[in-house]
Design a protein around this ligand. Structure first.
Ligand code: T3D
Length: 263
């Protein structure tokens, strides 16, 4: 029997990575961090993978940091929570945000603390109606991490970001969709099929252009209009000489579906 903290499965171009510590709501241990980063690196390096789905086993998505895992805080010199962030959450957030293919968070249940912000790092977030998002940090005397301080105000504005982060209330998936925190909330019965359908749609799209789309949107946030236009021109220059652009235009002219292959 495997004691892996993840389940990794591939179906066609879809790589599904499932956090697999359901008894602790898939909260992060040092071991799970190591395995997840490796699994993401493997997916990034595999040219057959065109979309990554990040999911949770059991009734939750991820409850953030495992507050019982001594390996996360024991640096040998006392408690250094900052070191845990630097060692584990920073590389994780940056890895998700720099994947060469789209990353879809399939939030089946509660996503709390760094688990919520891991989901929000992903490109699209689909949640079951019974799922919820909790910025649990303030309740244990911390600030939003795993990119939350950067993501939350960009996604929902400063007022809502502060409300969510300071109060730490449970935000139902439906409300998360309504305020623009996530892409989609679907009924629980439809959730697995909705995730599969969206993953297949993403896999059929031009991966390189999707990754570049994420990059220009993220980088434009720190640029003025002129800078953003320059960035767009750079991206189009690169993409315009790639095979997917030629294929997309050829398919349009021939009135057929395109087959994209670039990564
Ligand atoms: O080093 C550092 O700490 C820095 C890194 C920080 C990043 C962070 O993510 S900080 C935030 C950490 N997360 C939390 O504070 C969330 C803690 N969990 C909860 O508040 C609740 O469990 C939930 C609201 C997420 C869900 O509540 P509920 O009632 O649906 O489930 P439950 O009964 O509380 O939890 C079910 C089991 O999971 C339970 O175990 P048991 O009693 O059945 O054996 C519970 O202890 C366990 N569990 C839930 N969250 C965690 C956890 N075990 C360890 N760590 C957890 N974070």
């Amino acid at each position: 029997m495997s004691d892996s903290t993840l389940l990794v499965a591939t179906a066609g171009a879809v790589r599904r990575i499932t956090l697999n510590r359901p008894a602790a709501l898939n909260s992060f241990t040092a071991a799970m961090h190591g395995e997840l980063l490796q699994a993401l690196n493997d997916a990034a390096d595999d040219p057959a993978v065109r979309v990554v789905v990040l999911a949770g086993a059991g009734r939750g998505f991820c409850a953030g940091q495992d507050l019982n895992d001594p390996a996360m805080v024991d640096t040998g010199q006392g408690l250094d929570v900052g070191a845990v962030i630097e060692r584990h959450y920073r590389p994780l957030a940056l890895r998700v945000r720099s994947m060469p293919v789209p990353v879809l968070a399939a939030v089946n249940g509660v996503a709390a603390g760094a688990g919520a912000n891991l989901a929000l790092c992903c490109d699209l977030v689909v949640a079951a109606r019974s799922a919820s998002f909790i910025q649990a940090f303030s309740k244990i005397g911390l600030v939003p991490d795993c990119g939350g301080s950067w993501l939350l105000p960009r996604l929902v504005g400063r007022a809502r970001a502060l409300g969510l982060a300071m109060l730490g209330d449970k935000l139902p998936a439906e409300e998360a969709q309504r305020i623009g925190l996530i892409w989609q909330c679907v009924d629980d019965a439809e959730f697995p099929a909705a995730v599969d359908a969206l993953a297949l749609r993403l896999a059929a799209l031009p991966s390189r252009a999707l990754a570049a789309t994420r990059r220009v949107l993220d980088e434009a946030g720190t640029l003025d209009l002129a800078g953003a236009l320059t960035l767009e021109a750079q991206a189009q220059r690169e993409l315009g000489s790639a095979a997917d652009f030629a294929e997309g235009v050829a398919a349009f002219k021939a009135r057929r579906l395109p087959t994209f292959r670039d990564r």
